[in-house]
Design a protein around this ligand. Sequence first.
Ligand SMILES: C[S@@+](CC[C@H](N)C(=O)[O-])C[C@H]1O[C@@H](n2cnc3c(N)ncnc32)[C@H](O)[C@@H]1O
Length: 250
Amino acid sequence: MTEQTILDMCCGSRMFWFDKNDQRAVFSDIRSEQHVLCDGRSLVIAPDLIADFRALPFSDAIFPVVVFDPPHLERVGPNGWQGKKYGKLNRDTWRDDLRAGFAEAFRVLRPHGVLIFKWNETQIPVSQVLELTNEKPAVWQRTGKADKTHWISFVKNSPIAAQSGDVSLLQYATSRIIELESLLLVEVPETVWPSEVAMVFSQVENAGDLPAHHQRRLQHHINRMWLEKMPVTSIIAAAKSLASAMEKYA
Ligand SMILES: C[S@@+](CC[C@H](N)C(=O)[O-])C[C@H]1O[C@@H](n2cnc3c(N)ncnc32)[C@H](O)[C@@H]1O
């Protein structure tokens, strides 16, 4: 089976698709219906799934490409062909609706995924629509009658720390590093007492198997504890516990 890599969030009758049954695409729309247009042609809106682009039923970051061609008219005749073909914007809520649509498009897009957005500004200027997303367009082409149709592509902004799925891992790793650093890097004068440090170090099982940077830090801490005049038994116990923490996160 072909992997479905393209989401068309409001496919309508798939007019602009090169292959209306492209197996790489998931076609969704809020309606499934058929009409006979005034010229006798039939208009078939038959999505693979009925879904609202304001709340898509997909996990985050799964599509490399998303197509978003929402309705662009807020005034259409009740039985006009335009409403049948393109649907209609809600006069009161269209800004919120499209804002939610953009947010959903970028949510389901993979990091660095491409959004292909189409807008016709017969009634609403494209500038008002672009205000509804913080993402920055990459490529922009005007076409059609009086250049009113805009084809705009975006590339999902994905700083490393914001890549979905990596966030919790990154946060976890950062907190472990901070925790370990506070455990290991205590401010002390670097006085080296080699024989005393070596004596305690030799009491710590597996200390010699730790990575070199952990061995150095363990010695540093043993040295610090000597400087603080801790009893030798306590230094050995603390060094063992430090070494086992280091082993765990080596
Ligand atoms: C401009 S048409 C899309 C035309 C399509 N690109 C084509 O090539 O035929 C907009 C489509 O968005 C659909 N739509 C309107 N509101 C929607 C929503 N909230 N969620 C999903 N689709 C919606 C309409 O039913 C309509 O079919």
